[in-house]
Design a protein around this ligand. Structure first.
Ligand code: MTE
Ligand code: MO
Length: 231
């Protein structure tokens, strides 16, 4: 997506100053990706260590996004899932909470080199959602759409991992707005940019459709164990 088209998604919502700041941030990250600055370790696809190559452990939880943090009131919250599925859905908050609830404890690995262990997420498993919507046999890809215009893509088999959860709580408390509350999918086996915040729509697709960072130099797959940061 061109910068102009991306800027349009925010029209009316913010000042030119913030838009300009975001543009600079995006350009800096694009340059960073080009330079492959953060490639630091050897791949460890066998996961012999808990900490993926090049990562550093942190106890905090940094906030990273495009600078717009949408406020989504629960009574206006809505999740749609559509595309190559037999039964598209539109869930309001009550319907979402009425689905079977699960807890998943997993590690966060961010492409900007930090990892955070033992995050307990509560919500609806991706596997349950997929059972509800029933992807068609031709479905192979997924794109998450955030309220801030952010998108990110994964393969359907990556979304269908047993540790993938549509989370509304972290460590037993509602996910803070800065971190994507009221709901974000968490895909712990991929770098954290794949775990989109404030999502409103999940598109199940036949064709791969690279998202915001994936079209700006980030790796299409994003496996921390293979150090798929950029490329
Ligand atoms: N909607 C949305 N989701 C997003 C982003 C974003 O800009 N918008 N940034 C991604 C990136 S690059 C990262 S590293 C993580 C950061 O999540 P955190 O702020 O909770 O640490 O969110 C990802 N999800
Ligand atoms: Mo990121």
């Amino acid at each position: 997506m061109s910068d102009d088209r991306f800027a349009k998604l925010f029209e009316g919502g913010e000042s030119a100053v913030i838009a300009e700041e975001r543009k600079k941030l995006v350009q800096a990250k694009e340059r960073w990706a080009e330079e492959q600055r953060l490639i630091t370790g050897a791949p460890d696809p066998a996961k012999t260590r808990r900490l993926p190559p090049g990562q550093e452990l942190t106890g905090d939880w940094p906030v990273l996004d495009l600078g717009t943090r949408p406020l989504v009131p629960l009574n206006q919250w809505e999740l749609t899932v559509g595309g190559a599925v037999e039964r598209p859905i539109k869930w309001d908050w009550e319907t979402f909470l009425a689905q079977p609830q699960a807890d998943v404890t997993s590690d966060i690995h961010c492409v900007t080199l930090w990892s955070r262990y033992d995050n307990r997420w509560t919500g609806v498993l991706a596997r349950h959602l997929l059972a509800v919507v029933s992807p068609r046999p031709t479905a192979a890809h997924v794109v998450f759409h955030g309220h801030d215009g952010y998108t990110t893509n994964v393969r359907l088999d990556q979304f269908a991992q047993e540790d993938v959860i549509l989370a509304h709580a972290w460590q037993g408390e509602p996910i803070p707005r800065d971190h994507g509350g009221p709901m974000r999918p968490v895909l712990p086996q991929l770098y954290f940019w794949k775990s989109a915040k404030w999502i409103r729509h999940i598109a199940i697709l036949e064709k791969d459709t690279p998202g915001f960072w994936e079209t700006r130099g980030y790796h299409n797959n994003g496996d921390p164990w293979k150090e798929e940061r950029y490329g």
